[in-house]
Ligand binder design. Structure first.
Ligand code: ZN
Length: 178
């Protein structure tokens, strides 16, 4: 893992149109959320999440005793990724775009030459047309998208609910346990 990229601004890693602003991983010991600065590092962690579960101490200078970097709440919309998705191969970028109605995300890959791919069929065709990309296979790509967490969708979201349903929408929010 490269550590010498730390000084780079986050924005340079943000894909145009990507809906993801912050990457976070949950510690398997204390359940606190840790922010991962770079998509590449996040994908690395995700790609082997089962064999190498994430713990706070993987973050330099951090332990489970430190307060969480971020809390799971409805102040922002969260999407939950599946573990063990392949890490995006070098020379490609993976972008996730949230639909306007917050119903789901769409994934696509962009090659360094700017080719956009939305399906594995398109990826396979691209790899075939670019044999110089040795070592990259279709298995390195996944269009599986994270799930949008319904309880973090903002109220203003253009949800496909019938008008007049706003009363029940508010009821859902008031779930203070004590
Ligand atoms: Zn921890």
């Amino acid at each position: 893992m490269k550590d010498d990229n730390q000084g780079n601004p986050k924005s340079s890693f943000k894909m145009p149109n990507s809906s993801i602003d912050i990457y976070a991983v949950q510690c398997v010991k204390c359940y606190k959320w840790r922010v991962i600065d770079m998509q590449e590092e996040y994908e690395e962690i995700r790609s082997k999440f089962t064999e190498e579960p994430y713990v706070c101490s993987k973050k330099p200078g951090i332990s489970c005793n430190d307060p969480p970097d971020i809390d799971y709440d409805s102040s922002r919309t969260w999407v939950m990724d599946k573990p063990n998705l392949p890490k995006t191969p070098e020379g490609f970028n993976r972008s996730l775009v949230l639909r306007k109605d917050f119903s789901k995300l769409d994934a696509y890959y962009i090659s360094s030459s700017g080719k956009k791919m939305r399906t594995l069929v398109e990826v396979a065709a691209f790899l075939e047309a670019n044999p110089e990309l040795k070592g990259v296979s279709v298995d390195d790509f996944s269009f599986q998208c994270p799930r949008v967490m319904e309880d973090t969708i903002p109220e203003y979201a253009d949800k496909k609910i019938p008008t007049g349903g706003s009363a029940s929408k508010k009821m859902k929010i008031s779930k203070d346990g004590d």
